[in-house]
Design a protein around this ligand. Structure first.
Ligand SMILES: Cc1cc2nc3c(=O)[nH]c(=O)nc-3n(C[C@H](O)[C@H](O)[C@H](O)COP(=O)(O)O)c2cc1C
Length: 206
């Protein structure tokens, strides 16, 4: 419990990564698989990732991210994709698992399938669902990375169309963020964490 609070409070967007310290591919995979326990509407898990580790590809990615140096210095950049067709593409896998685990009876499957799919028909709703769940996955990646002693930096500063072309991403997939991941450059100091609104400013009880 205390450990989890510490990870959340310690997380920072790290601007200075150690360009010489690599994160093994296996460790990145482990972090992503742990993070995939994040919740999602109807457990549809609309996220995908493309992890950019190759040195030359990171240089091109940096250009697409308007020259953000951390993209090149980080060991890897996790490009998050939100699949706006996940409702249609993942529903059968989800229902299969629910049936096997005894969550639902076989006769309930078809009506539930129609109910789930209906939420993904409207493009705006599908966009919201896909991006919302993928953002939860992203936050989980950042906390999990801290648990493994790694640092991260979320980014929205990129030309999405150029990024999609570079990575060959289909039109129906959205890129809500990129998460740079790596080790902090030990010679650099971060400024203190910037101001956060207090509960009185952002919340109320009814
Ligand atoms: C979705 C998202 C996109 C962001 N995009 C960028 C970015 O492109 N470049 C950047 O320098 N910081 C970016 N940030 C980092 C924020 O500026 C940072 O989280 C905020 O200032 C709070 O700092 P902290 O994360 O260290 O607490 C982004 C953060 C989020 C959550």
């Amino acid at each position: 419990m205390k450990e989890c609070l510490k990870l959340i409070k310690e997380r920072r967007s790290i601007t200075f990564f150690d360009p010489h310290k690599e994160v093994p591919e296996e460790l990145i995979k482990e972090i992503l698989e742990v993070s995939a326990t994040a919740p999602s509407g109807y457990n549809l898990q609309p996220w995908e990732v493309i992890v950019v580790r190759d040195r030359e590809k990171k240089k091109r990615l940096k250009e697409i991210c308007y020259g953000q140096q951390k993209v090149e210095d980080a060991s890897a950049n996790i490009v998050l994709l939100a699949n706006t067709r996940a409702g249609f593409e993942h529903v059968d896998r989800v229902l299969q698992s629910w049936e096997e685990l005894g969550y639902i009876k076989p006769e309930a499957r078809e009506s539930l399938r129609l109910q789930i799919i209906s939420g993904w028909q409207d493009p705006q709703r599908a966009f919201r669902k896909a991006v919302r769940d993928t953002a939860l996955f992203g936050m989980t990646i950042m906390i999990t990375a801290r648990a493994y002693g790694l640092e991260t930096h979320p980014m929205e500063g990129y030309d999405e169309q150029k990024l999609k072309e570079f990575l060959g991403v289909e039109e129906h997939k959205v890129i809500p963020m990129i998460i740079a991941i790596g080790y902090k450059d030990p010679t650099k100091e971060l400024l203190p964490r910037a101001y956060r609104f207090s509960f009185e400013e952002f919340g109320k009880f009814l």
